[in-house]
Design a binder for this molecule. Structure first.
Ligand SMILES: Nc1ncnc2c1ncn2[C@@H]1O[C@H](COP(=O)(O)OP(=O)(O)O)[C@@H](O)[C@H]1O
Ligand SMILES: [Mg+2]
Length: 150
């Protein structure tokens, strides 16, 4: 699924649409957020987390690596792997313990093993001052969700 995102608001709307297309129980879903610095990965994650009911700040997980949110539809873990250089570090992070929630992962390229285990992959690319989004299903259930968005 491809979409032209004219401005930040369009990025936020896409996040809200994706959340609406997902099952009520978000546990166990993994969504990869790809794109260069400033492409809008955190903007998307923030909108997704707020649409899921979080009120207040959504700090960047660049230093903490994981920011957890306990929400009505399940936990959401906002993960930023920018500073992770070795996949083994994920183990120390307690990655497997994040199974009960929905994992939103920025810079998933840092952990290649994650990429095939994901459900959805969103790529954000610069197009002049706007962005282009490509949302793809990785798992079967991920592909089913994409069918609902257009
Ligand atoms: N569709 C868009 N068009 C133009 N600017 C956007 C769009 N989406 C987000 N932005 C802007 O680009 C920047 C993205 O920053 P951020 O979300 O932190 O990126 P990343 O997490 O990918 O590094 C923000 O300043 C935001 O306002
Ligand atoms: Mg970011």
């Amino acid at each position: 699924m491809n979409r032209y995102l004219a401005d930040e608001n369009a990025t936020q709307l896409l996040a809200e649409e994706l959340l609406a297309a997902l099952p009520a129980e978000l546990g166990g879903w993994t969504i990869l957020l790809r794109g260069e610095l400033g492409a809008g990965k955190s903007t998307f994650a923030r909108a997704f987390i707020r649409a899921a009911g979080h009120v207040g700040a959504v700090p960047s997980p660049t230093y903490t690596l994981i920011e957890p949110y306990v929400l009505a539809r399940g936990n959401i873990y906002h993960v930023d792997l920018y500073r992770v250089s070795d996949e083994e570090e994920l183990r120390y992070l307690g990655w497997s313990e994040l199974d009960d929630g929905c994992r939103l992962v920025e810079w998933p390229e840092r952990a290649p093993g994650l990429v095939t285990a994901a459900d959805l992959s969103l790529s954000l690319n610069y197009d002049d001052t706007a962005r282009r989004a490509c949302l793809e299903g990785v798992s079967d259930r991920g592909r089913e969700v994409i069918q609902k968005i257009n």
